[in-house]
Structure formats: structure tokens, C-alpha cells
Design a protein around this ligand. Structure first.
Ligand code: GLC
Length: 656
């Protein structure tokens, strides 16, 4: 444990004299290993800053006395391997550590093949990304997956190779360079929880090599899996029920939280930690700027729990984060933890981990609340739920999004629902029925994903445009429904862009791409309807984006206007808290962002009907001299009432 004793570098040392000696010997060892490195001084300075975070992270999980020097050696090697141009990038990022928090930051998420065929193809579309104002590109899984079904690339067979049809690892490094020259950072998935059953570690474990069997969680008898299974939820109850898979060759049960061919790793084994330090470094040294830590919540298993969100997950993340801060300060982490609203903030760090784990985390709760409010036309639940995520470390940021490649799980908290007079179960059911289009009056065209037999929970697949009602309006040839559906989509996107944090545009949403049922023709995709909303980019459609008579031409310019408004507003810096307030009329919600350079007050009518309110309820938030910064309609604070048209969005700046 750490005490107040101070080291020669001004930080706290372990109190146990033996441990303190080991800790200090780490620095000497690093100094020695880096003696010829041009970056030696910088790395040592970073080590002095982050070594205690690294130590505490390791200490929370492993025998730190045994792991310390080994980890220091891996860090030294990674620093020696870091190319000079990336060391330059490290220096410039150190001088602008809030680059991902800035209102200028805008993310775009795409599958390389669906967007542009290959990695080289992606490089040929940088003008399109530039036109949108993208500064951050998340390319969906592109490392070598298993053959056959591979969960959209989340069953990785080789972390050091690129999927053959997309290019090579050199192409990846070249693409990273090209992106950097266009001021775009590159995000890649790093799946920490599992590897493909065809990964060399799994093959060796299956063949009985004890060293590699310890990389996995394998059980000869079913009694231990049975004990765990009592408390484990099922992620894919439809096509991968249960959490363990019998492997005939290994002659044991293997822990497989997701699909039977995705083998969970044993993070209690420090060898797994060492492997990942090497994998992170390898990819960072190719130019990756951000790692999306896939399925992070599941890393640590503990009997009598759901084996999600265990404290060790945060210690492991802290240790990995500190190591990367020493090796490659240009690099950040984005946590993928789609967990209950009460567990979310921990992924950006609370208590001893504040600011020491991931820099970014998906705001799953915001996404759910936006769709929920757009369905019910009532913002009270949203306001209730968002209070939980108001406070995060000021050096971190939410990633905000309306759609992603996954289904929507209706994460409505029971307590929040009760506070606004709803029964959470019934309401979750309502949302999944609404978005599948089962409910009368719903214009949504989604599909049920993974109906859970015992809980009755159902998740939802579908593209943003189809869920917002654009598909139904087009099918019915109904122009007034189409106007409403586009406004609904824009209202949702405006909340995502205006909440604060790093907003992500999911490929195709900017031109209104609809559900794509062609996945049914691919046997590797057919039983997973998340492919419904993973379409190919339609470049012909994108070519119509400046023609206002076309669907893309009715959406793209509005998305652009939103992004450009955001980039001009200092109040959208992610370090500023967003306060959420329901107006006297519960269909209208206000997002309030107070900033020394001027406050930003945003109003959203989440319903499909016009809402009239006393003007005083607006001016009490904005003051008398507000300026409209987003919305074409003029706003007069002089008249006694004000009307918000269906799905109206109003952003106002106000003097302090
Ligand atoms: C993450 C991914 C999802 C995948 C799962 C298992 O949740 O977003 O697509 O199925 O991890 O790797």
C-alpha cells in the first residue's frame, strides 16, 4: 500500500521498505535500458510522473514485486521501438492534452470495407471526412479475425496482422500517417476480454500446453461453471446461450461469454497482461492514437457476481493506461462498457482511479435516453437519468452517439423509472416494441435483437434513419411524415452533438442510410441482425448531398450546420458539465453549459407536436440578451409565449 513517504522524485513511495526498494530499482533499470535512446530523458520524466499509477494498478491485481521489473522492461522495449515521427506526435499531444475534449473534435465510425473497400480506399476519402469536419476516425475491427463467423471482427486470430482483404500492417501505418497529415486521429478496437478460438494462444492451450492453458479459463468439470452460471447474464441468448463451451480436443469447458468461438482470457495471469502491453505498443507504434477497449467490463471474474464491472477491471485499466502514458503519450483509451447507468462513470475513473483509467467512455445512457424521449415525447426520464453522469474527471470526456454498430439495449434504471412514475419493465418493453415498429402509430422500422426468455428483455437493431421513421415515410410516400422523421433524426443528433463530449457520427447517418437487409444473404452474418445497420457506404447517394431535392441533400447540410455551430462554441468543451433541466412543459428539455467565455443554453422539443410555453421560462435560463446560434427561426424573447415546433432545436448563447 502507498503512504505519505516521499520519493526522490516528489511522489509517494510504497511504505514497505522491500517494496520501496523494488519500486526504485524499476527506475534504475529503465534508465539503464534506455541509456542510448534519444527519448531517454522524456521517458524518464514520464515514468516519474506515472510510475505510482502503474504500481498501484499492478498492486491491485498482481504480485507487484514479481511483475514490476518485467513490466518496466516491456515499457523500455516499446519506447526503444517508438518511431521518431510518433515521438514528435507525443510531444505535440503533451502540449495539447485536451485535444479530444475540444469542441473542434468530431468522430466518425466506419467499417473500412463498407466505407471504402480497403485501407488504401479509406485514404482516398479523406476529403469527404474533411468536409464533415472529422478529427477522429474509428475504423471498426480490422485485425486478422478467425475464418468463418467472427462477430464483425471481434474474434481476433492475430493482433499483429491486418485482415488480408483490407491490406497489410504497413498499409495501416501509411493510413495513420495520411490521417495525421489531415489532422485526423485513428482509433482501433482492441479486444481485451477474449480471442478467437483460432488465435495461436487458443490453439496451444487446446493442444495442452500448460503455459497457454493458463491464458484461459478452462474447467474439467462442469461444477465450477455451474456455480458461476447462476449469476451470469447471457449476452447472446439467441445464438450463443450460456457462458461456457465444451472443447472436445482440450477436453474441458472453456469460458466463452460471447460466442462459443470467442475464448475469454484469464486476466488474473500476469502473462496475459504482459502480452497486451506488447500488443498495445506494437499498434501504437504503427500510429494508432486511441484504443477502443472492447468488452472491458467483462475482464474480471468473481464467483457470486455477474462478473462485470469488478474492481480489478479498473486496476488493470489503470496499469495499462499508465504504461501507455509512459510509452506513447499521444495515445488515449476509449472504454467500451455498455453497462448500467450506475456503473458507467467508473470507466472514466472515480475515487482512487479518477483520471487514471480511460479518457473516453461511451455515454450509453444518453443514447438510450435520446431514443426513449423521442419515442415517448416526454423528457422527464431523460433529465432524471442524466443527473447520474454529470460529474466526471475534468480531463476525460464522454463519447456521445446516436447509433453504433451494436444493438440498442434498453438500459433504463428501475429507480429512475419509478421516480417519474414508470414501471421500468413495462417501459423497456414499450421501447423495444416501439422501435421494432410493432406499436400502432410508431414510424420506426427496427428489429428485435436477442429476446431474453426469462427477463423478457429485447434489444433493438436498425439504422438511425430507419428508427427515426424515414424508411416508413419513404415507403408510404408521405412527405409530411418524412419532414417529421428528418426533424426527429436531427433532434436526436443535435442532442448528441450538443450534450458535450466527443460526438460520433455513425457512417451513413449523415446521408440517411436505411436498414440494409442484404446481410441475410451472407451465411456468416445471417443470424445476427446487427448487420441490418452495418450497410455499405452508398457513394452515389453521398454524391447527392448538396442537392436539396434529395434525401441526402435534406440531411447532410443540417448535420454540417450542427457540426459547424459546435466547433465555434467554447462552452462545448468536454471539461464543462452539462446540466439537464426539464421545462414546465415536459416535452421540452434544456441542456445548460456554463463557460467563462459565455453560457450555452440548448432547448429541444422531443415531441412530434408544437409546444407553447411562457417566454419567461426561457429567459429565466438565458437572461434577456440571448443570441440564437443554431436554428433558422428567429426567436423573440419579447412576446409573452414562445412556441417550439415539433422536434425544434434551439441553441442560444447568453452573457454571463
Ligand atoms: C463489443 C462489440 C460487439 C461485440 C462484443 C464482443 O460489445 O461492440 O460488437 O459483439 O464486444 O466482442
Amino acid at each position: 500500500m502507498l503512504t505519505n513517504a516521499t520519493s526522490e522524485h516528489g511522489r509517494q513511495l510504497p511504505s514497505d521498505p522491500e517494496l520501496a526498494e523494488i519500486f526504485v530499482s524499476g527506475r534504475k533499470h529503465l534508465d539503464e535500458l534506455l541509456r542510448h535512446a534519444p527519448t531517454r530523458k522524456e521517458v524518464l520524466a514520464r515514468f516519474d510522473k506515472y510510475a505510482l499509477d502503474l504500481w498501484a494498478g499492478l498492486h491491485g491485481v498482481y504480485d507487484v514485486a514479481e511483475t514490476w521489473l518485467k513490466v518496466v522492461e516491456l515499457i523500455a522495449q516499446a519506447c526503444l521501438d517508438r518511431p521518431a515521427h510518433l515521438a514528435d506526435r507525443d510531444r505535440s499531444r503533451i502540449s495539447q492534452p485536451d485535444w479530444f475534449q475540444s469542441p473542434e473534435a468530431l468522430g466518425y465510425v466506419a467499417y473500412a470495407d463498407q466505407f471504402a473497400g480497403t485501407l488504401q480506399g479509406v485514404a482516398s476519402h479523406l476529403d469527404y471526412l474533411g468536409e464533415l469536419g472529422v478529427t477522429y476516425l474509428h475504423l471498426m475491427p480490422l485485425l486478422q479475425p478467425r475464418a468463418g463467423e467472427n462477430d464483425g471482427g471481434y474474434a481476433v486470430a492475430d493482433f499483429r496482422a491486418v485482415r488480408e482483404d483490407l491490406g497489410t500492417i504497413d498499409d495501416l501505418a501509411k493510413l495513420a500517417d495520411a490521417l495525421h497529415q489531415s489532422d485526423i486521429s485513428l482509433t482501433l478496437d482492441l479486444v481485451l476480454n477474449h480471442v478467437a478460438d483460432q488465435h495461436e494462444w487458443a490453439l496451444k492451450a487446446r493442444n495442452g500446453e500448460p503455459h497457454y492453458r493458463d491464458y484461459f479459463l478452462m474447467f474439467a468439470e462442469h461444477s465450477i461453471p455451474d456455480a458461476y452460471e447462476k449469476n451470469l447474464p447471457e449476452v447472446f441468448p439467441d445464438f450463443a446461450p450460456g457462458n461456457f463451451t465444451w472443447d472436445e480436443t482440450a477436453h474441458c469447458w472453456v469460458w466463452t461469454t460471447f460466442n462459443s468461438w470467442q475464448w475469454d482470457l484469464n486476466w488474473a495471469n500476469p502473462d496475459v497482461f504482459y502480452e497486451f502491453i506488447n500488443i498495445f505498443s506494437f499498434l501504437a507504434n504503427k500510429g494508432v492514437d486511441c484504443f477502443r477497449l472492447d468488452a472491458l467490463a467483462f475482464l474480471w471474474k468473481r464467483e457470486d457476481t455477474s462478473c462485470q464491472n469488478q474492481p480489478e477491471v479498473h486496476f488493470i485499466t489503470q496499469a495499462l493506461r499508465a504504461a501507455m502514458r509512459i510509452i506513447a503519450p499521444a495515445v488515449i483509451f476509449q472504454a467500451e462498457a455498455i453497462v448500467a447507468p450506475t456503473e458507467l462513470v467508473a470507466y472514466l475513473g472515480v475515487g482512487e482511479h479518477a483520471g487514471k483509467v480511460s479518457d473516453l467512455a461511451y455515454h450509453n445512457s444518453l443514447m438510450v435516453q435520446v431514443w426513449s424521449a423521442l419515442a415517448s415525447g416526454d423528457a422527464q426520464l431523460m433529465a432524471q437519468a442524466l443527473h447520474r453522469s454529470e460529474s466526471i474527471p475534468s480531463t476525460t470526456s464522454w463519447v456521445t452517439y446516436l447509433r453504433c454498430h451494436d444493438d440498442i439495449g434498453w438500459a433504463i434504471d428501475d429507480f429512475d423509472a419509478a421516480q417519474v412514475g414508470l414501471n421500468a419493465n413495462d417501459y423497456r418493453n414499450y421501447l423495444s416494441s416501439f422501435y421494432s415498429g410493432d406499436l400502432q402509430g410508431s414510424q420506426a422500422r427496427g428489429a428485435h435483437f436477442q429476446s431474453h426468455p426469462s427477463t423478457g428483455d429485447r434489444r433493438t437493431s436498425g439504422s438511425a434513419a430507419s428508427l427515426a421513421g424515414i424508411q416508413a415515410a419513404l415507403e408510404n410516400g408521405d412527405e409530411s411524415l418524412l419532414v417529421l422523421a428528418i426533424d426527429r433524426l436531427m433532434c436526436g443528433y443535435s442532442m448528441v452533438v450538443g450534450y458535450g463530449g466527443l460526438p460520433l457520427i455513425y457512417m451513413g447517418d449523415e446521408i440517411g442510410l436505411l436498414n440494409d437487409p442484404s446481410y441475410l444473404e451472407n451465411p456468416d452474418h445471417a443470424n445476427d441482425n446487427r448487420w441490418l445497420h452495418r450497410p455499405k457506404m452508398n457513394w452515389e447517394f453521398a454524391g447527392q448531398r448538396h442537392d436539396p431535392t434529395t434525401l441526402p441533400g435534406r440531411i447532410f447540410p443540417r448535420i454540417l450546420e450542427l457540426i459547424q455551430a459546435r466547433k465555434r462554441l467554447p462552452a462545448l468543451h468536454a471539461s464543462i458539465t452539462c446540466n439537464v433541466v426539464v421545462m414546465p412543459n415536459p416535452a421540452v428539455i434544456a441542456f445548460i453549459r456554463r463557460h467563462p467565455e459565455g453560457n450555452l443554453i440548448e432547448f429541444y422539443n422531443v415531441s412530434g407536436t408544437a409546444q407553447t410555453m411562457p417566454t419567461s421560462s426561457i429567459s429565466s435560463l438565458t437572461g434577456p440578451n440571448a443570441t440564437v446560434v443554431l436554428n433558422s427561426a428567429a426567436l423573440s424573447l419579447a412576446s409573452p409565449t414562445i412556441t417550439f415546433e415539433p422536434y425544434a432545436v434551439w441553441w442560444l448563447t447568453a452573457e454571463l
